[in-house]
Design a protein around this ligand. Sequence first.
Ligand SMILES: *Cc1c(COP(=O)(O)O)cnc(C)c1O
Length: 261
Amino acid sequence: MSEEIGKALQSVRERVQHAAARRIKTLPAIDPRLVAVSKTKPVDVVIEAYRHGQRYFGENYVQELAEKASDPSLLSSCPDIKWHFIGHLQKTHINKLVGVPNLYILETIDSVKLADKVNSSWQKKGSSEKLKVMVQVNTSSEDSKYGLAPAETAGLVKHIREKCPSLEFVGLMTIGSFGYDLTQGPNPDFQMLLAQRDMVCEKLGLQIDSVELSMGMSSDFEHAIEVGSTNVRIGSTLFGDRVYSKAVKEGANVTSTQNKS
Ligand SMILES: *Cc1c(COP(=O)(O)O)cnc(C)c1O
């Protein structure tokens, strides 16, 4: 397992570097951050990837993240680990998330209410540092997707910067529509997130290179980087396919019985 993870990391890092070299020169030359998405994978896999130099990891369920991040062997082997929360955050789970050791960026703030609640929860924790947050935008306007409507992005960013002193706004995030065919041209979700950043920066007087873009997953991270992503979230290409339920192979007996003559 160790060698496989090391090789996969090596290969993805190279692909990230090459894609960054192809990036349009007018875009900020920010080194893309590779976030290894470890959801459904055991703690050993995280530790192994850490041993191969990986530092940023992503999870999308609070409970799963809390368990992994507080695991004693992980805590002792991975002192410098940095967790990204990339899932939908329910208000009832905020306090649990805020208590996660080594939480680095919360990528999925999508309402003023959520921002306020996370802000006060982080304030109560009494950390000396602000919690880094991104605003998740529903760039494809699909009802099934979380994230806020593009028209509300600047308002939420302004609210975080002015009314949430315990939070630090660091960027915009999108998941994008599933299975977009890149032969059709640049992914419109990514173009939309870029336009959102321009708009936010213009309205609020921010520097473009101070606002990160979290976009791109296993199937499209190279394209995402070429068009300006600074943070890619990669799971299956690093760790293999995810298995969500334990396969119970009840059919096995039947087959062997049938083989008897
Ligand atoms: C699971 C997940 C990913 C990683 O997906 P892969 O296709 O396995 O790379 C990225 N972002 C989010 C928000 C996810 O939930």
